[in-house]
Design a protein around this ligand. Structure first.
Ligand code: GLN
Ligand code: ZN
Length: 763
């Protein structure tokens, strides 16, 4: 018999119940007991959903983040979080967010707010975890209470629970040594605490424990490889059986090490590492369980069950009872239930599977393996029909898009002349002063804007009324910018709810779910649009808004677009073609928009690539390939314009050193970046030789409500001018201003403009 299991379930709730409960608790509008009760209710519901599986994850539920949970379990709290007098859950939120619900009143004097934990991306997903903090002196101390409680809870509900923990080596790998000490040196102190935890779980009657070690799909040096061996040799005598799980990629150099870990079972991502399953099996000692992650836990597509069975059956024969099957990774990265969707058309819906549907797939596969395909003939036939309909659909495959992709040549991505020639022509036309000032695109999304959008979507406001409301906002932004004396204006993006969704909604080949939410961090969720078919642009998407904005002013108005790489990286993408192909399709569609803007007389066009870095593969050896197609996609979008048209791009993250050549390769005339918090430090990457075009290093930290002073901005720009010739510098904020309020924005930008004038005067 094959064993079925799951690695983790989305905790946010099919209707984002956890999000709303958390936010209400943080605002002080509900009690801790209410929040705890909602948590218990969600766990119970999610366990029920999974009850047909042989092993069901426990401990994967979290009020904020599973890595932070692990830090609390291991007693590894940052120094600043110790000595808190309030409830442990409030302390947990304090570490996560810098404050908890009632801190401000109850603990204002003794132990109130602290710096929030640093957040970073969980491997190559859009989930963000709270980075564990270490020093050479870090001591660990077990607190198994949360896990034990959840295991008991599951048991009381008749659930066969398999607790899920982050493995010790991955836990260290994810953290940061605050004093630059060697994190690995802590392993010896950490392992006894893990061993103790496993015994506590064994005492609860736990049989299997899943230890996640996704570090195994990254490039590990000998020290880290040794740590894995050391860790599992230390834990091998524990009273529970261990399943070490890897996911998100291939094992490569770590394959042999992985296959030889002295544990009872191994889980491998049979989507991403399919070709490694055979060699792994050949290396696997004879009594080990092998869990194959056969259903993709990272996308929203139905599995081709017949093809999966073709592949699985020989393994089932060889492994017998030692075969487990599961989704490839935790289902944290997919929405909960496709059945909630009322607005997707039936055909498209038949191609999709969210978390619950993916678990059904696991069960069907198991039945087919145990009892033969005939036992699930109806399910397999329906699945085959859905797969065939998707494959044959003219909504998915469009010959004209295919032809355009086939016709892509390097010329498409090349400007007419090099930057220096263009810069001269642009300067003659735009006549901008030294240190030109601009903003990144969005202005505050006011309550009125959101209300107008909501009423428009609900059908309470007609198209003309909506257009008028947005035009009024654009007019307001233009007025404010003229009054401030900015040099290059923006229309303010009032009409955009989201920089990706806005374009997805207007492109053919995209679909939108109603409840397809995925946790990004804490209570924050994103609803990635679904890129399902070949992409085309039925008509211009932004031209009318920009033309309207330009009609209100004599100053240059920037056209504002999102780049193809960012649209791709923030979408659910197709599994039936390489990401690169989808990206090129987006590039061609966005190129048409660029050319239409140019035709409409727009002289400056900004193409945001906020998520370019996010797409970097886990392994460095694969970076070049990604960067090549990503940069080429941007170039195809941007570089069809005349020399006179100035192309801007914007990126908000703050690490450029290792990809600077690719950034330069995009060949935008101007790049604006986030630098204010690094005190211009990261401009180091942009020195003369490496980055020859113009740069706007952000001088205003838009994440903070603080108003930057004129002196501070001047000082930052002077620092920038030490690295980059002044004639190539722009003055702008770090990013868009949509999350700020007008009363904050106006004085901040006034100081920015004043700073630019000071700089010009002293030049
Ligand atoms: N143009 C966008 C804005 O200003 C850029 C947002 C971003 O970089 N994340 O909102
Ligand atoms: Zn930004």
């Amino acid at each position: 018999m094959v064993t079925t299991h799951n690695l983790g379930f989305p905790r946010i709730g099919a209707r984002r119940e956890l999000k709303f409960a958390l936010e209400s608790y943080w605002k002080g509008e509900s009690s801790r007991e209410q929040l705890q009760a909602l948590g218990a209710q969600l766990r119970q519901r999610h366990w029920q959903h999974q009850s047909g599986l042989d092993w069901i994850p426990a401990g994967d539920f979290s009020f904020y983040d599973q890595v932070l949970d692990m830090s609390f379990t291991l007693g590894n709290l940052p120094e600043r979080a110790r000595g808190f007098h309030g409830d442990p859950l409030d302390n947990y939120f304090r570490v996560a967010r810098g404050r908890s619900a009632r801190d401000a009143e109850e603990h204002a004097v003794c132990c109130g707010g602290i710096a929030a934990g640093e957040m970073t991306k969980w491997f190559d997903t859009n989930y963000h975890y709270i980075v564990p903090e270490f020093t050479a002196g870090t001591q660990f101390k077990l607190d198994a209470s949360r896990l034990v409680a959840q295991v008991r809870e599951a048991k009381a509900q008749g659930i066969k629970a398999k607790p899920v923990l982050i493995g010790p080596v991955t836990y260290l790998w994810l953290g940061k040594a605050k004093d630059d000490s060697d994190k690995l040196a802590l392993l010896e102190r950490l392992l006894p605490v893990y061993a103790q935890l496993l015994e506590e779980l064994a005492a609860q009657g736990v049989e299997w424990v899943q230890l996640d070690e996704p570090v195994l799909v990254t490039e590990l040096d000998a020290g880290w490889q040794h740590a894995l061996n050391q860790a599992y040799h230390h834990l091998k005598s524990s009273s529970v059986k261990l399943l070490v799980a890897t996911y998100f990629g291939t094992l490569q150099d770590n394959l042999y090490l992985f296959s030889n870990l002295p544990v009872a079972g191994l889980h491998v991502d049979a989507i991403n590492a399919r070709d490694e399953v055979r060699p792994l099996l050949n290396l696997l000692p004879s009594h080990r369980v092998l869990s194959l992650g056969i259903v993709n836990g990272r996308n929203i597509w139905k599995t081709d069950l017949n093809a999966a069975l073709d592949w699985l059956e020989p393994y089932a024969e060889r492994l017998g009872d030692r075969l487990w099957i599961a989704p490839s990774c935790s289902l944290l990265h997919v929405p909960v239930d496709l059945a909630c969707e009322q607005e997707l058309d039936a055909e498209l819906k038949s191609w999709l599977a969210f978390a619950l549907q993916k678990l059904d797939e696991v069960k069907v596969l198991a039945t087919a393996l145990d009892m033969g395909r005939a036992a699930v003939a109806a399910e397999l036939a329906a699945n085959q029909a859905a797969i065939a309909s998707r494959r044959a659909s003219p909504r998915v495959t469009k010959p004209e898009v295919r032809a355009a992709i086939a016709a892509i040549s390097p010329a498409l991505g090349r400007r007419q002349h090099p930057y220096l020639v263009r810069a001269g022509k642009q300067a003659a036309l735009l006549k901008l002063p030294a240190y030109p000032t601009t903003t990144i695109g969005s202005f505050p999304q006011t309550a009125e804007i959101r209300q107008a959008r909501r009423r428009f979507k609900a059908g309470e406001l007609d198209e003309a009324g909506y257009t008028r409301a947005m035009q009024a906002e654009i007019a307001r932004s233009v007025r404010e910018q003229e009054a401030l004396g900015l040099d290059v204006l923006v229309h303010g993006e009032a009409e955009r709810n989201d920089m990706v969704e806005y374009f997805g909604e207007q492109l053919d080949g995209y679909a939108f779910s109603q409840f397809g939410w995925v946790q990004s961090y804490g209570s924050r969720c994103v609803k990635p649009p679904i890129l399902f078919g070949d992409i085309s642009r039925p008509k211009a998407m932004t031209v009318a808004w920009i033309q309207y904005a330009q009609s209100l002013t004599a100053r240059p108005m920037k056209g504002m677009l999102t780049g193809p790489v960012t649209i791709l990286n923030w979408s659910f993408v197709r599994d039936d073609q390489p990401r690169a192909v989808s990206c090129y399709q987006l590039a061609l569609a966005m190129r048409e928009e660029v050319l239409d803007l140019e035709k409409a007389g727009v002289r400056i066009i900004q193409i945001d690539e906020a998520a370019l870095r996010e797409g970097l593969p886990l392994r460095r050896s694969e970076w070049t390939t990604y960067l090549e197609w990503a940069v080429e996609s941007f170039r195809i979008t941007a570089n069809g314009v005349q020399d006179e048209t100035q192309i801007h791009t914007h990126m908000c993250y703050s690490e450029f050193n290792d990809i600077i050549e690719s950034i330069a390769g995009m060949d935008a005339d101007v790049i604006t970046i986030e630098t204010s918090r690094s005190d211009m430090g990261l401009l180091e990457a942009f020195d003369d030789f490496k980055y020859p075009n113009e740069i706007g290093p952000g001088v205003y930290d838009i994440h903070s409500p603080n108003i930057p002073t004129q002196e501070h901005i001047v000082q930052l720009m002077k620092k920038a001018a030490e690295r980059i010739p002044a004639e190539r510098l722009w003055v702008n904020p770090d990013c868009g201003l949509k999350t700020r309020q007008w009363p904050e924005v106006i004085p901040a930008l006034a100081n920015m403009v004043a700073a630019a004038r000071t700089l010009r005067a002293s030049a």
